[in-house]
Design a protein around this ligand. Structure first.
Ligand code: HEC
Length: 161
């Protein structure tokens, strides 16, 4: 009797879980259709057409970003705040090289804004690391930076002209 109850209780749980999963999947599908915003789109990303030189320049900047993130994550557990700060500066506004007018016209304004915002956030992290010396505060900044990385990568691809 007791076993019977347990079994049917279990079956009920499975049924409830299955219905729940269906609801979640259905709402996800609905969300996908209802949200065409660029940052969350699952469809084709926006293509940015650039020359070979411009593509390499963009990629080099990206690798600098990644190196900064790596160095920051390496420095934080060791409480090396000066190192974290200096590593962040390498991707700050000071790292923005002159972008020619012709390149700028190929970049969507939102892309430029997100890019500038990311450089500024690295400067913010550099300042926070130097001034507060608190890991939690620095991590909050890093979280915001990484949100920019993933948002942009979800939206844009580069392609040959
Ligand atoms: C404003 C948009 C934007 C932001 C912000 C951004 N990226 Fe990128 N990233 C791109 C694009 C576009 C590509 C090229 C994707 C492709 O191959 O089509 C790219 C490529 C890369 C690559 C590959 C580089 C290579 O050599 O091929 C790395 C690594 C990378 N990003 C790291 C980062 C990191 C780390 C951050 C955040 C700190 C970041 N990116 C923020 C747009 C962005």
């Amino acid at each position: 009797m007791c076993r019977q109850t347990t079994k049917s209780g279990y079956r009920l749980q499975v049924a409830v879980a299955a219905v729940g999963l269906c609801l979640v999947l259905a709402s996800l599908a609905a969300c996908g259709k209802a949200s065409p915003g660029p940052a969350v789109q699952a469809e084709a990303p926006v293509q940015i057409r650039l020359s070979a030189k411009e593509r390499e320049h963009l990629r080099a900047g990206m690798r600098t970003y990644l190196e900064s993130v790596q160095a920051i994550v390496d420095a934080l557990p060791k409480n090396k705040m000066a190192v974290a700060s200096a590593s962040a500066r390498k991707s700050g506004m000071g790292a923005v090289n002159d972008v020619s007018v012709s390149t700028a016209t190929k970049l969507p304004p939102e892309f430029i804004l997100l890019s500038m915002d990311t450089h500024q956030k690295f400067d913010d992290l550099a300042r926070a690391a130097a001034e507060t010396g608190r890991k939690g505060v620095v991590l909050d900044h890093l979280r915001d930076i990484l949100a920019n990385c993933t948002a942009c990568h979800a939206t844009y691809r580069i392609a040959p002209e």
